[in-house]
Design a protein around this ligand. Structure first.
Ligand SMILES: Cc1cc2nc3c(=O)[nH]c(=O)nc-3n(C[C@H](O)[C@H](O)[C@H](O)COP(=O)(O)OP(=O)(O)OC[C@H]3O[C@@H](n4cnc5c(N)ncnc54)[C@H](O)[C@@H]3O)c2cc1C
Length: 307
């Protein structure tokens, strides 16, 4: 990895933004996972093609992360370069009823900005702990809102050649927890959202209502990656898991939350292996008892610990 680090330094990345053997426990809300060989915190989206060239030159793979709030990184960590687009890469402005934001802007910051501008459309999403970049890839949503309803344009960079790619209208191909960007091999750099003028008191009231519901129903005092499994068509994963009697089921320090059966939480010292074993157990028991195969919503990255 020395060649990669040297290329990044030569390309003027500030040394404090290049993190060798980056502990992924620190960059994911699940607080598990082994180290990434090298992680670079992007501060300006113009740095992305430079980082891609450095990785290509060093012959190592590239992995993208945002706030790490939908990730489960295996205990052996991630080989190659992790490009992190989060709080160091933020910037947001209004243009008419449109908001244009860098991918590292959090959903909560975007929602607060919209509120301060008297623009409605993001209240339901304010409590989702991810970035706009990760949010558009996942088509994040809650309480009847989802990014698909407001995102009109996504600017990205192709992983293959570092060239710009634009997704607009039907090309965004949003569906439940899915987008065109998920399959296209791109790095999202900028997101454009079409909002509607609204009464700030009403916007704030709706935001407070959704955040209150979140605090009441979700195990927010434990590390997790939100809902572990996708909603099967016409059903709720949490309800199925609960009906199968799996609330509280534990493997090591990984547990099906007592408060919300749709969340697997880290009680403190869980490993990724504990969480994956528990996920397999939950899927097997739900399949055996209901005939429904649960699909993970969390994105699983990296490799198992060797030996
Ligand atoms: C307590 C809690 C509650 C949650 N509640 C919700 C909820 O209500 N609704 C919901 O939808 N989700 C929820 N989540 C999950 C998560 O917050 C969302 O999926 C969020 O959109 C992920 O954003 P992120 O920046 O953390 O992305 P990450 O988790 O870092 O990455 C997610 C995926 O996006 C890719 N990615 C990230 N950034 C980029 C980029 N710039 N370009 C290209 N690819 C990128 C990654 O490679 C990965 O595949 C919750 C999570 C937690 C911990």
């Amino acid at each position: 990895m020395d060649a990669l680090i040297q290329s990044l330094v030569a390309a003027n990345f500030a040394p404090e933004r290049i993190i060798p053997r980056a502990p992924m426990v620190r960059y994911t809300t699940f607080r598990v996972g082994g180290p990434a060989d090298v992680l670079v915190n992007i501060a300006d989206t113009r740095e992305i093609p430079i980082a891609l060239r450095a990785a290509k030159h060093a012959g190592v793979p590239v992995t993208l992360i945002g706030n790490g709030s939908n990730l489960l990184v295996r205990d052996g960590g991630i080989r190659g370069l992790v490009i992190r687009i989060a709080s160091d890469c933020a910037g947001i402005f209004r243009d008419g009823d449109t908001i244009c934001a860098k991918a590292g802007v959090t959903l909560s910051a975007a929602a607060q900005f919209a509120l301060s501008e008297g623009l409605a459309g993001l209240s339901e999403l304010a409590g989702i702990p991810g970035t706009l970049g990760g949010g558009v890839v996942m088509n994040a949503g809650a309480y009847g809102g989802e990014l698909a309803q407001v995102v009109t344009r996504v600017d990205a960079i192709a992983l293959s050649d570092g060239k710009p790619v634009v997704f607009e209208g039907p090309k965004l191909d949003f569906s439940y927890r899915h987008s065109a960007m998920m399959d296209a091999g791109v790095i999202v750099t900028d997101v454009t959202l079409q909002l509607t003028p609204g009464d700030p008191d009403e916007i704030r009231a709706r935001m407070d209502e959704c955040n209150r519901a979140r605090r009441e129903k979700q195990p927010l005092s434990y590390p997790s990656a939100g809902s572990t499994f996708k909603r099967p068509a016409g059903l709720f994963a949490a309800k199925l898991i609960d009906e199968c009697g799996l609330r509280g089921l534990r493997v090591g320090d990984a547990q099906v939350s007592e408060k919300h059966a749709g969340f697997i939480i880290n009680l403190g010292n869980a490993t990724a292996h504990d969480i994956l074993t528990l996920m397999d157990e939950v899927r097997a028991r739900v399949l055996a008892q209901t005939g429904v195969m649960l699909e993970p919503e969390v994105r699983i990255l990296g490799e198992d610990r060797k030996g």
